[in-house]
Design a protein around this ligand. Structure first.
Ligand code: G4P
Length: 296
């Protein structure tokens, strides 16, 4: 479902997370590895305050492994520990309790030095809608936890879920909002399917996808759809539409008179991209384009 994030909702969501922070040792900030910037809440540092934090790049099965590696280095350089997981299959989700323990090891050692028996680490998963919070909770729990109301302001009784013997998670994640006042963020989240198409026009979403893919993944895009000519100028809207039309023609998305049905073509592009049919793609880099090219 689509959430309308009114200012009141944001305040309530923030307050709810801050209440939960009192109960936990570590926050697990979940991001979409394909769009680590756009899937990040703009106020996350302020909301989490000084709470120890593990950044988790989810949906790594759909993201470009090279870009994911760059993102891990970037977050580590910022002083964060970072795990890379695929919650849909459970790949590497076991790194989460391990890294949480590493982050908290000083606290744990202090407890041991005082003769205390350290209790299980308590964690809270936080992230924007559709980043994979419920899927990850279910994976870590090893079973299906009842669907949580993924809406700000909807609460239910909280329970601790055991993750192995050394970690416990709150069963309701902390729901954050995206930086939706930024149009690019909205389109990128729509490209990945995190924002439903009813909100933004499908052709506009596909236009942005083709533009961004032409810039970063032209060989992949051209191979998938059998395209001949990259856009001469990425900033020239006519050139992007020309590529979209070529895709439509290749896939038989035609209307009367042989004109391309751009809406249908757009649907095809987005479906295949989201399903990973174009390969593993990341739309955001921690580096400006010039620097990224040098790293290639
Ligand atoms: P949320 O609680 O943060 O709102 O996200 P949720 O777990 O509902 O996940 C949103 C969508 O992302 C789901 O797909 C889920 O299956 C998918 N997903 C979560 N983690 C991963 C991952 O690591 N890799 C991939 N490929 N997909 C992931 P959906 O189409 O909305 O639902 P469904 O078809 O799985 O039922």
């Amino acid at each position: 479902m689509t959430i309308q994030w009114f200012p009141g909702h944001m305040t309530r969501a923030k307050r709810q997370i801050q209440e939960k922070l009192k109960l936990i040792d570590i926050a697990i900030e979940l991001l979409d590895a394909r769009v680590p910037i756009s899937s990040r809440n703009p106020m996350v540092d302020e909301i989490l305050g000084g709470k120890p934090r593990l950044i988790v790049l989810n949906k790594s099965d759909l993201a470009d492994p090279k870009a994911t590696e760059q993102w891990v280095k970037f977050f580590e350089a910022e002083g964060h520990q970072c795990a890379v997981v695929d919650s849909s299959t459970g790949t590497r989700v076991g790194d989460i309790p391990l890294k949480a323990k590493q982050i908290l090891h000083e606290k744990i050692e202090r407890q041991i030095a005082k003769g205390m028996n350290p209790r299980a680490i308590r964690g809270l998963i936080v992230g924007i809608p559709n980043v994979g919070k419920s899927t990850l909770i279910n994976r870590l729990a090893g079973r299906n936890i009842a669907a949580t109301g993924d809406r700000p302001g909807v609460t239910k009784g909280q329970q601790w879920i055991k993750v192995g013997t050394e970690m416990e998670l709150l069963d309701t994640p902390g729901i954050l909002w995206p930086k939706f006042e930024d149009q690019v963020v909205g389109y990128r989240l729509a490209i990945t399917g995190a924002i439903k198409e009813q909100i933004l026009n499908v052709e506009d979403i596909a236009f942005t996808a083709v533009k961004e893919l032409s810039a970063r993944y032209w060989p992949t895009l051209s191979e998938r759809f059998g395209l001949t000519q990259p856009p001469k100028d990425i900033e020239d809207a006519d050139e992007i539409v020309r590529v979209m039309e070529e895709i439509g023609r290749k896939r038989g998305a035609l209307m009367g008179g042989g004109r391309v049905d751009l809406e249908k073509a757009s649907g095809i592009i987005l479906r295949e991209l989201r399903a990973g049919k174009l390969g593993r793609i990341t739309l955001e880099s921690p580096y400006p384009p010039g620097v990224e090219k040098l790293l290639d």
